[in-house]
Design a protein around this ligand. Structure first.
Ligand code: SAM
Ligand code: SF4
Length: 328
């Protein structure tokens, strides 16, 4: 088993395979996009596979594919199939914006993917368009329906934003009554790639919960899994669940079991750190697997206590970073 310097077990890798995306969610990147990486700057599939294999030997057992939008990278499905064959990787999952998901669902099922996170901030076409700056609402809703029909565990990620989707909070809660879906409301974080400045959020976890309880006073608290990113609730009798992810107020750092590899191969032991160690450059120097292993262990032994400590050390303007380049 793998532990960090604060006694937290590390189990979970978020693997960002690209920083590119076909949407332009305003809380994630500017309208004109980011300074996207060239192919040679990204880790190749061979390099990604090597790092995941080494991490699995160290104790990582869960991998989530993310980005950017993972389905814009060519051959992502065969790559994921390769990952499922790595000994020690017990669960592989993916986070997607759902614009190009329907046709991939059979392949995801066939390779044993049991859970998909679908990012969907609004159930209204116009509000969806304003947030994502693209006209893909129908495709994403089709993906949602197909996922629910497929039996794959489905979680919706919805960032809560004043003036953009507060109306959707109740609509999403209602969705959980008839569909077996977990809707997770996420506090907005500063990582918007310069799309806008960042003023501390008005809708933190307490306010989101209070708002939900005003419409659903019988809301029941569920027991959270160890290292869960969300604090979970249920409307009595509902098929699904409601979660709140305190991504900004960071009350879940004490049990954080996650590490990230950015599309350029930097290891982030905390989302709020400014820069990570480049395994891409290190590997391209021709180092051995053992040297890579030692380097991982060194970084895990120097992990920030929580997101506030990591942010204080980084001393950078968070809003200039994007979740697409960090790996959401
Ligand atoms: N493109 C895929 C998607 O949207 O699902 C995967 C990558 S995206 C960066 C992963 C998650 O990060 C999404 O659920 C998105 O809503 C969330 N995210 C992006 N920027 C965020 C921000 N500034 N604050 C909170 N969540 C954010
Ligand atoms: Fe793309 Fe996901 Fe960022 Fe939206 S949140 S712009 S879908 S990477």
């Amino acid at each position: 088993m793998l532990y960090d310097n604060h006694g937290r077990q590390l189990r979970y890798l978020r693997l960002a395979v690209t920083d590119r995306c076909n949407l332009r969610c305003f809380y994630c990147m500017p309208e004109e996009g980011l300074n996207f990486s060239k192919r040679s700057q990204l880790l190749s599939y061979e390099e990604l596979h090597r790092l995941v294999s080494i991490l699995s030997e160290l104790g990582i057992s869960k991998v989530r594919i993310t980005g950017g939008e993972p389905f814009v990278r060519k051959d992502i499905i065969p790559f994921m199939e390769q990952l499922t064959k790595i000994e020690g990787i017990e669960a592989l999952s993916i986070t997607t914006n759902g614009t190009d998901l329907v046709r991939h669902i059979p392949a995801l099922k066939a390779m044993g993917i049991r859970s998909v996170n679908l990012s969907l901030d609004s159930l209204n076409k116009n509000r969806f368009h304003k947030i994502t700056r693209r006209d893909e609402f129908e495709e994403v809703m089709n993906s949602y329906q197909a996922l629910i029909g497929s039996g794959i565990t489905t979680k919706i990620n919805a960032v809560v934003m004043e003036e953009h989707n507060l109306e959707d909070i109740y609509l999403m809660c209602e969705l959980t009554q008839n569909d077996p879906v977990s809707v997770r409301f996420i506090e907005e974080m500063p990582f918007n790639g310069g799309s806008k400045g960042y003023t501390p959020i008005k809708w933190n976890k307490g306010r989101i919960l209070q708002h939900i309880k005003e419409a659903f006073p019988n809301l029941v608290k569920l027991e959270d899994e160890e290292s869960s990113t969300s604090i979970n609730y249920k409307i009595p009798g509902a098929k699904g669940a409601i979660g709140i992810i305190p991504a900004y107020t960071r009350t879940i750092c004490g049990s954080c079991d996650r590490i990230r590899l950015t599309p350029k191969g930097e290891l982030m032991t905390c989302l709020y750190q400014a820069k990570g160690f480049s395994f891409r450059d290190f590997m391209r120097e021709g180092v051995s697997d053992q040297e890579i292993k030692n380097q991982f262990l060194k970084l895990f032994a120097n992990r920030a206590k929580d997101g506030f400590e990591a942010e204080a050390i980084s001393n950078k303007n968070g809003s200039l970073q994007s979740m697409a380049t960090i790996g959401g």
